[in-house]
Design a protein around this ligand. Structure first.
Ligand SMILES: C[S@@+](CC[C@H](N)C(=O)[O-])C[C@H]1O[C@@H](n2cnc3c(N)ncnc32)[C@H](O)[C@@H]1O
Length: 419
């Protein structure tokens, strides 16, 4: 098998298209076309088994996760399943390939069937790659493909990192981890200190609970111990939400891994939908930290509320004058002029999670503000003549809160941490 040495992004993309085709992956523009193809290629029984295994995996147990990936790696199934991730590969593959740099020995942790590992090994035939995964069937598929591609610079090993007692047997200049370190997609992460802030307190117990729940702590310990003295790691995990991003960043920092470039938000399509993923972290061990970890929400394009603009507009009373459902709603709420709360409720769970909703008047206008400790914010402003729309919305929220969260009692005495 020839190996290509593309230097430009479009050449890398083209090489990756060829590579994905060799794995039997196809790109589909719409979910409908993809599903029609899936049904032609995969039997209804297999699809049913896959759906059952997907459901079992939601338990978060590692045996269910391994069984899921074992099934996904079956020869008739994996090209079809992985075709859904075509744009993911096309986004992540080049982003990582351009950062391989001078690394000679590279570990791809949680390599799955090795689609990306074999791509990197083909691009960099003078480097040595090791792919590790705890799914035996995935490792078997990876080995078969590496043989078929005639690759002699890549090896695949079956190991449950962080659970097996094996220590690392060799050291790596670079570790890659894409969608493998912080599984448990349903884990909401760490709540902020109160509904008033996006900040997380530095609480060692909360942090280690998150690391244990997701299994990330033990994996990261193992991985960091395999890095050479100034080894690097490139990690892309589902940590875009601040509540997951903060504990992931803190876990890396606590293990002496420091940023060597600004984390890069990753976005790709799954058929018609845009997916926000990442960010992609590039960190190095054993260097002085020189880039700060950012623990603030990502900037969004929500504009502050400007009463001066409102006064000039022709007003449709039934439409909100302002609506913001993003983190920037907090700054807009803080800047409301002459803000006076008329009603408010804050509910709190024993673990510190909070949900707050308030109705108020600001500069003669009616507003509703809603905030929780998972960084959701909502500010809606109406003409005061139309305040009843907000009243009923407020009641709905309060009723919803009381059925799901124990009441914290009337607030107004400051947030949980006074923040
Ligand atoms: C979502 S797949 C990602 C595959 C590949 N890295 C990619 O980006 O396409 C996650 C993989 O991580 C593997 N994995 C999860 N936890 C692991 C662990 N503790 N040790 C080894 N492999 C693990 C799973 O078996 C699965 O194959």
């Amino acid at each position: 098998m020839t190996d290509v040495k593309p230097v430009k992004t479009d050449e890398v993309r083209k090489a990756l298209d060829d590579h994905l085709a060799q794995w039997g992956l196809k790109r589909w523009a719409t979910a409908r076309e993809y599903l029609a193809w899936q049904q032609r290629l995969v039997s209804p029984e297999t699809l049913e088994r896959f759906a059952e295994q997907t459901e079992r995996r939601r338990s978060g147990e590692s045996c269910a996760d391994i069984a899921f990936y074992d099934l996904s790696a079956q020869p008739g199934l994996f090209p079809v399943l992985h075709s859904q991730r075509y744009d993911y590969y096309q986004t992540v593959g080049p982003a990582i390939a351009f950062r391989i740099g001078d690394a000679l020995s590279i570990l791809d942790f949680g390599c799955g069937v090795g689609i990306l590992t074999t791509f990197y090994a083909r691009l960099f035939s003078d480097r040595h790659f090791v792919g590790i995964d705890r799914s035996e069937a995935s490792i078997a598929a990876a080995r078969r493909k590496a043989d078929a591609l005639g690759l002699s610079n890549v090896r695949f090993e079956c190991l449950d990192v962080g659970a097996d007692l094996h220590g690392p047997s060799e050291a790596y200049d670079l570790i890659l981890s894409t969608h493998a370190l912080v599984q448990h997609e349903r884990d909401p992460g760490l709540p902020s200190a109160s509904w008033r802030t996006f900040q997380r307190v530095r609480d060692a117990d909360q942090q280690s609970m998150f690391e244990r729940r997701t299994g990330m702590g033990a994996r990261l310990d193992w991985l960091t111990s395999t890095l050479t003295r100034q080894g690097r790691m490139i990690a892309l995990e589902k940590t875009r939400q601040l509540a997951r991003r903060v504990p992931f960043q803190r876990a890396m920092a606590a293990r002496g891994l420091h940023l060597i470039e600004k984390p890069e938000p990753i976005r790709y399509r799954i058929f018609e939908d845009e997916m926000d993923d990442g960010p992609l972290y590039h960190v190095r061990k054993g260097v002085e930290p020189w880039l700060e970890w950012d623990e603030s929400p990502e900037p969004d394009d929500g504009l502050p509320f400007d009463p001066a603009c409102v006064n000039k507009r022709s007003r449709d009373l039934s439409a909100p004058l302002y609506e913001n459902h993003r983190p920037s709603a907090q700054a807009a709420w803080e800047r409301l002029i002459d803000r006076r709360v008329t009603k408010e409720e804050t509910y709190r769970e024993p673990d510190g999670r909070e949900l707050h909703v308030e109705l108020g008047i600001a500069n003669g206008l009616a507003y509703l503000y809603c905030a929780n400790t998972f960084d959701q914010r909502q500010l809606v402003v109406f003409e005061s003549a139309h305040a009843h729309a907000l009243e009923s919305y407020y009641r709905d929220i309060v009723e919803g809160m009381s059925s799901s969260l124990p009441p914290r009692g009337p607030s107004g005495t400051g947030g949980a941490n006074g923040g």
